[in-house]
Design a protein around this ligand. Structure first.
Ligand code: PLP
Length: 366
């Protein structure tokens, strides 16, 4: 046992805090006031007025004095229906899929238990591994096209025997879809779980749900954030009962609040409205990609999501980010996040007028 030094300094017992937590950096969300926000994969579209009106009307019936349904029974039933969850598979809900990652890791952690992911990917995979005290193994994607480097993945799997592998499908921040066969191969080679993160399902239209039937160490994680409900915080995990029933034990009973349960269920009754918005964003993404491609010295990568990754001239990424910000556009600068993403920026598709503003700012800055 390590002894805890209790040092009273300024009245604070600061050494009680885990050393790794003390040295951790705060995940900083950049200020966006006055800027066109194109940094966080949000939908730019609010609800149509008629929907908002009806929702506010019905919201009056939600009992805020009572705890929410700990099982989210009604919401789960609509998720199953709308997203075609096969009857033999179980469902667990999280306060965003970020919380699901945290709960999965808590259920798996232990001496020598590792988390693996292909990098660059969602930074939460690495951060949450660290939060719960698990070692993280990151395997670089192939620099040419951001596909999985299978020899390297299989070698790392063999060496580290990770308790869980997280794979975003499509991947964030690169926007591409990994080969389904490659993910299956990893699931077959792994003695641990493989979590396929389908946060961008609405945009890609591609799922590995079918594969769950035959590969019982696969889990599918999805989020409603990217299809227009980021503020509600809802993610869901689909898998075989033997896993979900165990992982569920670590879910705090009331993690999905009453307003979220009610509102998501309401929204799913109008799923076609959200799908229309998604279709609009997909069309606009194609248009944005075509227009970035026309620019001299800018490389744009294919995307199956609601964002686009592009690379500006060598050494210019940082300055480009600053310039665009000056012109009122907030993007995500990924230059420092990975050696594979030098001078890369990520733009989330906005409303048509926002996309025009972005392209005009970019064109005048290259
Ligand atoms: C946005 C994102 C998440 C987080 O989703 P929430 O449900 O909002 O927590 C997880 N994984 C990937 C790949 C993402 O892009």
């Amino acid at each position: 046992m390590t002894s805890v030094t209790v040092e009273k300094k300024d009245g604070k017992i600061i050494h009680l805090i885990r050393p790794d937590v003390q040295s951790a950096q705060i995940n900083h969300v950049p200020p966006s006031r006055g800027l066109i926000k194109m940094d966080a994969m949000e939908s730019p579209y609010p609800w149509p007025a008629y929907l908002r009106g009806e929702w506010l009307e019905e919201l009056q019936g939600v009992a805020l004095n009572r705890y929410p349904d700990p099982e989210s029974t009604d919401l789960k039933a609509s998720l199953r229906q709308v997203f075609d969850i096969p009857p033999g598979l179980e469902l667990m809900l999280g306060n965003g899929s970020d919380e699901l990652i945290q709960i999965i890791n808590l259920a798996l952690k232990g001496p020598g238990r590792k988390v693996m992911a292909a990098l660059p990917s969602c930074p939460m995979f690495q951060m949450i591994a660290a939060y719960v005290g698990m070692e993280f193994v990151g395997v670089p994607l192939r620099a040419e096209d951001f596909s999985l480097d299978m020899p390297a993945m299989l070698a790392a799997l063999e060496k580290h025997q990770p308790a869980v592998i997280y794979l975003a499908y499509p991947n964030n921040p690169t926007g591409n879809l990994h080969a389904e066969e490659a993910i299956v191969q990893l699931a077959e080679a792994s003695h641990g779980l493989v979590v396929v993160d389908e946060s961008y399902l609405a945009y890609s239209g591609v799922t590995m749900m079918e594969r769950l039937q035959r590969h019982d160490n696969l889990l599918i994680m999805r989020s409603l954030s990217k299809m227009g409900l980021a503020g509600l915080r809802l993610g869901y995990l689909v898998g075989h009962g033997k896993w979900i029933s165990q992982i569920e034990k670590l879910r705090l009973p009331f993690n999905i609040n009453a307003l979220t349960q009610f509102t998501v269920e309401f929204a799913l009754n109008y799923y076609d409205v959200f799908l229309e918005q998604v279709e609009q964003i997909r069309r606009d993404r194609i248009w944005v990609v075509e227009n970035i491609r026309r620019l001299e010295g800018v490389e744009v990568f294919p995307s199956e999501t609601n964002f686009v990754l592009f690379r500006v001239a060598k050494g210019r990424g940082e300055a480009m980010d600053a310039k665009l910000r000056q012109k009122g556009i907030l993007l995500k600068n990924l230059g420092d996040s990975s050696p594979l993403l030098r001078d890369c920026l990520r733009v989330t598709i906005g409303k048509p007028s926002e996309n025009v503003a972005f392209l005009s700012a970019l064109t005048s800055s290259v």
